[in-house]
Design a protein around this ligand. Structure first.
Ligand code: NAG
Ligand code: NAG
Length: 200
């Protein structure tokens, strides 16, 4: 019984590891003197209880002008579908920077830095959609350097994992039954073999 319990424990352990990895996406990115206006960082399919943890450090801009409009640089989340409309808005001049569009979710704009070189933030996502995390730099001729750590996950995944864990006692309760069934079959087979041997 104990022996049957252990493999199922292992199996459940693997399942829960699998679930926790399947439900999270962690990305480390080193951005070095980059002048691209749009830098995609990572993408993830969120559920209804999605979270983005963003940890950014060593932020450096090539232009140190204190009057720089830092609302023109920052991180946003956007679905690929919405992004098509954002590009349209940019082409038609409805917005001058993707961060100003009402179709994106602004996660962090650099105004909030207030002179700091790093920040940590958590952003909640409630729409079950695939989102891309994008860094947008609408500042003219300003290069950005920074270290970005992003982690995207669904709390549902974590809930599933504890659900798996609560099934555990039930599985261990079942295993004596399986054990006895197997033992019964085995004894039956042995009995048959013994019968044929004694007959010959
Ligand atoms: C900004 O980046 C571009 C392209 O990588 C590079 O040519 C340019 O020298 C950089 N400018 C500064 C001020 O670092
Ligand atoms: C990233 O930021 C979040 C939100 O502040 C924080 O909870 C988490 O501990 C940070 N992670 C790292 C590796 O710094």
């Amino acid at each position: 019984m104990g022996m049957l319990c252990r493999p199922s424990l292992l199996l459940l352990l693997f399942t829960s590891l699998f679930i926790s990895f399947g439900f999270a996406e962690i990305r480390l990115a080193d951005i070095s003197s980059d002048d691209r206006p749009i830098i995609p960082v990572d993408e993830f399919r969120f559920g209804h209880t999605g979270r983005l943890e963003l940890n950014v450090s060593r932020v450096t801009l090539s232009n140190k002008d204190p009057d720089l409009d830092l609302s023109k640089a920052g991180f946003l989340l956007c679905t690929p579908d919405a992004w098509m409309y954002v590009l349209q808005q940019l082409v038609f001049g409805e917005v001058t920077c993707a961060l100003d569009s009402d179709l994106v979710n602004v996660v962090y704009d650099f105004r909030s830095l207030e002179g700091k070189l790093s920040f940590d933030t958590v952003f909640r996502v409630n729409d079950a959609e695939r989102y891309t995390l994008v860094f947008v730099n609408c500042l003219d001729q300003v290069n950005v350097s920074m270290t970005v750590r992003s982690e995207m996950y669904n709390l549902e995944g974590k809930e599933n994992r504890s659900a798996v864990e609560t099934i555990l006692p039930g599985v261990c309760f079942l295993s004596p039954l399986i054990y006895f069934t197997l033992a019964g079959i085995w004894i039956y087979i042995l009995y048959k073999i013994l019968l044929t041997v004694s007959r010959s």
